[in-house]
Design a protein around this ligand. Structure first.
Ligand code: PEP
Ligand code: MG
Length: 918
């Protein structure tokens, strides 16, 4: 049987439905659902979708169509004609259509659209008739068609590259129009009369002939096929390709083409067009939210040329509060639209982004799709919809991506400082959070400056799809024009980036690279700060802060995650403060306390001095003295951390790094050390020299230190047990897990275990205790240890994967030096990802799998976690879930992300499981 290339919709019926996104694209599938599903049957202008398979065919067959497609299109067009009671190309009662792209995943503004197809010299009078004699409207539609068609079909799709930005056909036509407006003293497009537009259309056609060497086609079918071809071609247009790279959309997907009968929002004051969301995409409020324009076509709303009006009181902003709402202007239509959007949301059980047009008092639904939202809105909507019983817990956790959650954890401008500031200008809050950066005026500069490590804010009059890479590179985006549904707003919202649009108080001068606002002029490179949640622009660089732990909706959402996840979530914390923060973020213990961190940074001077003494010691006697001095510092830090995590396990790792890292370089410090040890500077230099290693990462570190200097391990172990014993006596519930790093052979562990057992007995006796809850275990971070995990597990009471070192030693890539060659590896696709960021599941992951299997075979119920950086990476968390680990551990700020990732991993695994059972 011949493949079905065309799926019709309209008249309460549809060939396709929502589940057919791969074949019909998102837009086509949703149009079919809206038009044909028995619960909806909405007023959708009839049309048909040409499938993505045709796009694939088109590219595989030198841009030609499968046999029979022409006939199928004609037949489908006849059905549309019948439903509309109009005929394509008919001089008396003409049907016009739009031709639009629609990929599986929405790619806003990245591909082409052509409206008013079918309008020719012959059909113009018929359309004038249909519109009740509104020849202004008709010629306006005609000049739009010529502009769009010559640009999209005759220039772009034909592969004609204009010399520069200004010589493209669209620009040239726009200049003609500007000239006419100027000559006539008009300020707005709407001032142009029917006669002006008629003359403009003729001029446009002449210009098209002159520049492109071809006539603008006056044949409706030629227009239609030109449009279809241009949409397919735009799949491989520059913008679409670069957007796909950023979003990871495969090239093979292709786009569908939607041909749909035109309805007009620009037929006069009883016509309008708009874009709305079933809930506020900026903050998640369960309120109908949107914008519309009277007497306008859809592109006018998105293009940001006129400021759209709010659909209702709720949608009012600083910017549009003077304009009349749709609710007031057309109350009946508003009511109908309101009910439709409620039905749509109930049907899809998710927030919808809808496009509508009102033609002469009649409402049409042009599009609906799952609405893009920022992080705060995503979390709020998930929590609310769960409470409203629209969705279940598992759906709720899948509704928020880790990067959306990350947005909520992102900084905001310190409110105390912000309160004192006067904004330089105000715009629409299109993307949340705060950001400070240096002004750049072009996407190109944004990319270049960001490459140099600078933080930039991209400031534009308005953005267009060519700017996406610059928008990506910038900390934030600020535009002078455009509404909440403008290009910049849509893209920023999708990425969760701080963004302000429609900031009409700023003036952008590209040629002199100056932003002026409120009497202030700022050059390129000047700092500004944006509050994307409120739409405020400030001069200078304001301080940022984190506000996530005060966010109740976030906390509620994370609780839902916790009720779904199986993995435990711990945090890597090296100080009592970090431990407290980890607890606030919901960590259920510490997966890695790096003892050595007490020797870095603030307050480290004294313990560091003692550590250095210990390192430089020659005899066991000297060393023991230094260790005795060091002991109280270690105990204090461990005790504080155990206390902050009361009742939860705390993995304390014994000293890991190569000792020479701690030898001072500073002359004065060296002298203090020599004096304290009563040795000469020469003697000190020679001892330090002895510590030098050619390859310290594989040198005298981790357990090897404890083997050579048992007293070093002993001091640390004693500090941990003493801290726990003291806390026990204070009525607390300490639970230390002592972890021995860099182990490759079970005999290394045996050696250290003897010390641990002896010290444990001694501490019990000393404190008069019978027992203390604790474990002694090891890191699995050396490939050999992974392989012999059965033997290791005979000693170790728990495992924790040190995937930083396991990756380093498994790949043979130095953790510290990979930066010099990784970019080439990624660029050439030798590796899909940085293996230090996301676990290499095939290789390093396999070592982990072997280790878990062998470890648990030798010791059933062995506690297994991960404490490498991967513990906060969502894909790695999913992998750890599938491996059956007990917990993941990551930095305090990543804990919420890990909670979500763990919940999503559990949900995904459940879905897969039930799929198999069926
Ligand atoms: C690891 O190797 O994964 C680890 C957590 O230890 P470190 O990063 O301290 O070497
Ligand atoms: Mg390590």
């Amino acid at each position: 049987m011949k493949a079905k290339y065309i799926y019709a919709f309209g008249g309460g019926k549809a060939d396709g439905n929502e589940s057919m996104k791969n074949l019909l694209g998102g837009k086509g599938a949703n149009l079919a659902e809206m038009a044909g599903h028995r619960d909806l049957r909405l007023p959708v202008p009839p049309g048909f979708t040409i499938t993505t398979e045709v796009c694939t065919y088109y590219y595989e067959h030198k841009k030609s169509y499968p046999a029979g497609l022409k006939k199928d299109v004609e037949r489908a067009l006849q059905t549309v004609e019948r439903l509309m009671g109009r005929k394509f190309g008919d001089p008396v009662n003409p049907l016009l259509v739009s031709v639009r792209s629609g990929a599986r995943k929405s790619m806003p503004g990245m591909m082409e659209t052509i409206l008013n197809v079918g309008l020719t010299e012959k059909t113009i009078p018929g359309l004038v008739e249909q519109s009740g004699g509104n020849s202004r409207f008709v010629y306006d539609a005609y000049r739009r068609l010529i502009m769009m068609y010559s640009d999209v079909v005759m220039e772009k799709a034909a592969g004609i590259e204009p010399k520069d930005d200004n010589s493209g056909i669209r620009r040239q036509l726009e200049r003609i129009m500007d000239r006419v407006k100027k000559a006539k003293g008009y300020t707005s497009d709407t001032d142009l009369t029917a006669e002006d537009l008629r003359q403009l259309s003729s001029e446009f056609k002449m210009k098209v002939r002159e520049i492109l060497g071809q006539e603008f086609p006056d044949d409706p079918l030629q227009q239609l096929w030109g449009g279809i071809g241009a949409v397919f071609s735009s799949w491989n247009g520059k913008r679409a390709v670069s957007y796909r790279r950023i979003e990871g959309i495969p090239d093979e997907w292709g786009t569908a083409v939607n041909v749909q009968s035109m309805v007009f929002g620009n037929m006069g004051s009883d016509s309008a067009t708009g874009v709305a969301f079933t809930r506020n995409p900026g903050n998640g409020d369960n309120r109908f939210y949107g914008e519309y324009l009277i007497d306008a076509q859809g592109e006018d709303v998105v293009a940001g040329i006129r400021t759209p009006a709010p659909i209702n009181e709720y949608s009012k902003s600083e910017h549009n509060k003077e304009l009349v709402t749709l609710e007031k202007a057309m109350p009946k239509i508003y009511k109908e639209l309101f009910q439709i959007q409620r039905r749509l949301e109930k049907h899809y059980r998710d927030m919808q982004d809808i496009e509508f047009t009102i033609e002469k008092g009649r409402l049409f639904m042009l599009q609906c799709r799952v609405g893009k939202r920022n992080g705060p809105a995503a979390v709020r909507i998930a929590v609310d919809m769960l409470a409203e019983k629209l969705i279940d817990k598992r759906t709720a956790v899948m509704r928020v991506t880790p990067s959306q959650l990350d947005e909520l954890l992102h900084p905001i401008i310190d409110p105390a400082v912000e309160k004192e500031q006067e904004p330089l200008a105000k715009g629409l809050p299109a993307g949340p959070g705060g950001a400070a950066g240096q002004i750049v005026f072009s996407a190109h500069d944004a990319v270049e400056w960001a490459k140099q490590g600078k933080k930039v804010i991209l400031v534009r009059e308005e953005t267009n799809p060519e700017d996406v890479e610059g928008m990506r590179a910038a900390q934030a985006i600020l535009t002078a024009r455009g509404g909440m549904t403008s290009h910049a707003a849509l893209v920023a919202r999708g990425w969760g980036k701080c963004c302000i649009v429609g900031c009409s108080g700023i003036h952008v001068d590209y040629s002199s690279k100056i932003l002026s606002a409120d009497g202030v002029s700022l050059n390129e490179g000047s700092w500004i700060t944006l509050n994307g949640t409120r739409g405020n622009v400030y001069k200078g660089q304001l301080p940022m802060m984190d506000a996530s732990s005060e966010n109740k909706v976030l906390m509620d959402f994370l609780k839902v995650c916790d009720s779904v996840k199986r993995l435990g979530i711990r945090t890597n914390a090296d100080t009592p403060e970090d431990a407290k923060r980890g607890r606030q973020f919901g960590a259920q213990g510490i997966g890695l306390f790096r003892t050595e961190h007490m020797f870095y940074g603030k307050g480290s001077e004294e313990p560091l001095f003692r550590l250095r003494k210990m390192i430089i010691s020659r005899t066991a006697e000297e060393r023991r003295r230094a260790l005795d001095e060091l002991y109280p510092y270690v105990k204090k830090d461990v005790k504080g951390t155990l206390e902050a995590m009361d009742g939860y396990p705390v993995v304390v790792r014994l000293l890991d790094p190569p000792l020479h890292e701690f030898v001072p370089r500073d002359e004065g410090k060296l002298r203090d050390l020599a004096n304290d040890l009563h040795i000469t500077m020469e003697e000190l230099a020679s001892r330090a020299e002895n510590l030098h290693e050619s390859n310290p990462m594989m040198g005298h570190r981790g357990v090897r230190l404890g083997i050579t200097y048992p007293e070093v391990s002993e001091m640390q172990i004693r500090a941990v047990f003493d801290a726990a014993a003291e806390l026990l006596k204070e009525g607390k519930h300490p639970y230390p897990e002592i972890m021995i790093p860099v182990v490759g052979h079970v005999n290394e562990l045996k050696d250290q275990f003897e010390i641990a057992r002896r010290v444990y007995r001694e501490v019990l006796a000393q404190h008069g205790l019978k027992s203390m809850k604790h474990m002694v275990g090891t890191m699995i971070e050396i490939p050999r240890a992974a392989i012999v995990s059965d033997k290791i597990a005979e000693m170790a009471e728990f495992f924790s994967f040190g995937t930083n070192d396991l990756t380093q030693m498994g790949f043979g890539f130095s953790r510290d030096d990979i930066g010099s060659f990784l970019p080439d590896y990624l660029e050439k696709r030798i590796l899909p990802d940085d293996p230090f960021q996301t676990i290499d599941q095939e290789g390093i992951g396999e070592l982990m799998k072997i280790s878990i299997e062998r470890g648990r075979k030798a010791r059933p119920g062995l506690e297994i976690g991960i404490c490498g950086e991967h513990g906060g990476d969502p894909r790695s968390v999913d992998f750890c879930h599938r491996l059956g680990m007990d917990y993941v551990s990551c930095s305090p700020f990543r804990v919420p992300i890990a909670r979500l990732a763990a919940a999503q991993a559990a949900t995904a695994a459940e879905k897969k499981g039930s799929g198999r059972r069926k």
